[in-house]
Design a protein. Sequence first.
Length: 441
Amino acid sequence: FAPFRRASACLLVFSDSQPWREYWLEQMLLCTQKAGAAFLKFGQWLSMRPDMFPPDVIQTLSKLRSDSPSHPTEVSREVLKQQFGRDVDELFEAFGDEPIASGSVGQVHRARLRPEFALDGPGGKLRDVAVKVQHPGVVDSAFMDLNIVWKVVDLSQRFLHMTMPFDRGEFDEVIQAQMDFQREAFNLQRFSRNFRGEPRIRFPKVSPQFVTPVVLIETWADGQVISNILEDFDNAKTSCKDALTQLGQKKREFQASLCGILYDMSMKMMVRDNFVHGDLHGGNILYSEKDKHVTVLDAGIATSLDRDTFKPFTKFLHALCSGQTDTIVEYLQRFNESPWAVKVDLAEFRRDIQATMDKFMGPLRQNPDEPVNAADMFGEVMFSMQKHGMLMKGDVASTLFTISISEGLIRQLDPTFDVATNAIPYIVRHFPAALIGGGSE
């Protein structure tokens, strides 16, 4: 991090210099790429929060979604031979040595299986595949990276308005779970079952014979990465005013349609299935313009609430989105797992939560015509918990964090979309039983 620190010091001195800022952004990207899997993932998540950082920082961090460092192709070939006992040429009719993408945990090669190894059985149709191979050493480095990440987070709290008052051990387990591609294969199969019959949303298919902890072979998905589509719109150049107007209209219609699909998908995962994709950034979703559907990739991180927490959390989420202070305070006490013998001043805690609700949802809030920023509202609630020595239950914290990531993507697609307000009728429609009677279950 030394180059980034030096660049930061220079930027403080030459704060109005565009060349120094570009150099600072370049060093930020390079240092994050070299810092390990956990840092890459953290940077990807931050790239989904355009409300927290300037546009040039978001644009730079967005490169982490697909431009992570790759390992040599020879390594991929050797890993495949070790895992499946066959040379690459024996398994595949064609194998792309140049990776088509590289992420925080592994890289992807496009390939075509030989007929006898088709994912749907010998002679089957599922032969065009994506071959995901884990980066060497990524598991060992991830455990060390997380300790550094938390130190950076603690330091960042001094100059960024952010906090994480929850059991970091449980959160670490969520991150480290993505290192096992067998877990990802399980998640993909479960998501596919949950969305069976939904033509707009697809997940890659896998076969148990081609899944190991470090290799995952899945069906190839056609489509363009969402983040690239938006960049294509933004970068399009035209000298014709009418053409420019039509292009802008096309972009708005596309974003509105896509936003609706992704919001419905996220709410179904959360409220109906209790199984949520935890890494929904623009680099993990493909859109097929031909068939008008999305394919969701990289399901290594998925969150769910334990059985006793699911129904109370639904009530808590409804209360958050509708500004019901007393219910929020009630459930935050229930979700508090602080190991310290701290007696919470409930009257003061309630005043803090009420202040947050007034700030984001009250009649006198700033910019009342703009959508509620749910992620910032969740953050303020967590600040109040930290202030009162409370520690949020790990699965609840992970789910709220996942909602924030999803909201970040939706806000990039449509800044006017109000995630919190739209959640209320969805919860009432699909889980009315959870809202009857009130009080803790």
